[in-house]
Ligand binder design. Sequence first.
Ligand code: SAH
Length: 265
Amino acid sequence: MRDEAMNPAIYGQAARAGTVYLVGAGPGDPALLTLRALRLLGEADAIVHDHLVSDPILELGRAEAERIYAGKERGNHTLRQEEINALLVRLAREGRRVLRLKGGDPFIFGRGGEEVEALADAGIAFEVVPGITAASGIAAYSGIPLTHRDYAHGCMLVAGHLKNGTTDLDWRALARPGQTVVVYMGLLGLPLLCDELIAHGLPADTPAAIVQHGTTPSHRTVVATLGTLVERVAQAKLTPPTLVIVGEVVKLQPKLAWFEGKTPI
Ligand code: SAH
């Protein structure tokens, strides 16, 4: 990046040694990074990233920066959260400028809260940079407004991963009419999700969509209903990450979709 582009009023202060920057990378399209994230990518000494951070974004990082994949360690085991916390503390104590890069927004289903708590406990300086969360990025690129005066006066973001086949989601609240429900990590529990929403009062013909790899060149949307989504998803052979959107607003997708099939430059 050119020097004159580094105006602190626009990009924030230069990255400081011994500080951890917890940064949201957005849902995948590099064009959705914040200016602050872009500056920090160009200045970090160490970049600790998750599996959700897309390659084109990592390529924007400083060439000399050490890149550490925290999503999974060798042998395909995920680094435990405590190990990631300890890694961030160690790198900062070594005097590095540490970029902790997470998909979407670090404070939405990203365990960012746990990481900055650990940093605060260890007395490490940190900064948190928001990112575009999957819900808003995917809604925009798919042509599904999350709220709309005619269809939804609110929107709920929930995590759909289930422990031992059960879930503690508040189905009654999720099945209320007049709102949009966005489910992160919902692919595995999709049959249960659709069944419970119908059992708690949403009509089986409620529009529902699932989007894979949102905002990337492999962005794909499947639009169905609560009653047919599971079958349609099986036919479409979607791969994670996927996001589920349930509600009347999904009806607008065929009319408002503008991105799918258009490879970003
Ligand atoms: N902090 C992230 C969410 C992390 S949880 C954020 O704010 O977006 C991981 C889940 O996010 C995935 O299982 C998936 O449901 C969703 N997700 C993230 N990026 C996605 C993408 N590009 N396309 C579809 N779903 C995505």
